[in-house]
Ligand binder design. Structure first.
Ligand code: AMP
Length: 120
């Protein structure tokens, strides 16, 4: 999948639309999901133009990969879900039901989250 520079997270990164920011560093931005699916629902994204986890890990620099993976853990601690537990999720492509084609990791928490996937 080619990167679409008009996706909504690219617009957030360019400051064209607002977000409820949780954390920002040189390579990473974290903000609250606009339609939370748990009491705590935060998205962590790299600032670079990467579609997905496999695109990112194949093409990003070591500094970007390190900053992003560290930021996910730091944000989980920052938003207060680390002790009680939380879930990380990154949807990729059609089968993953990815809606926004810019890599993002969802952090869900604030209540017991149930089983990993719904039963078919
Ligand atoms: P995914 O299905 O993993 O691509 O999820 C995309 C997520 O982005 C959804 O949970 C949306 O609610 C969220 N989202 C879409 N637009 C915005 C926005 N402007 N600000 C924050 N979150 C958004």
């Amino acid at each position: 999948m080619a990167y679409d520079p008009d996706n909504v997270f690219a617009k957030i990164l360019r400051g064209e639309i607002p977000c409820k920011k949780v954390h920002e560093d040189a390579h990473t931005l974290a903000f609250h999901d606009i339609r939370p699916q748990a009491p705590v629902h935060v998205l962590v994204i790299p600032k670079g133009a990467y579609v997905s986890w496999d695109d990112f890990t194949a093409t990003a620099s070591d500094a970007e990969v390190m900053a992003f993976t560290r930021a996910v853990g730091a944000v989980a601690r920052m938003i207060g879900v680390a002790d009680a537990g939380y879930r990380l999720l990154s949807n990729v492509g059609a089968n993953g039901h990815q809606e926004v084609p810019h890599l993002h990791v969802h952090i869900f928490g604030g209540r017991p989250l149930g089983r990993m996937l719904p039963k078919e």
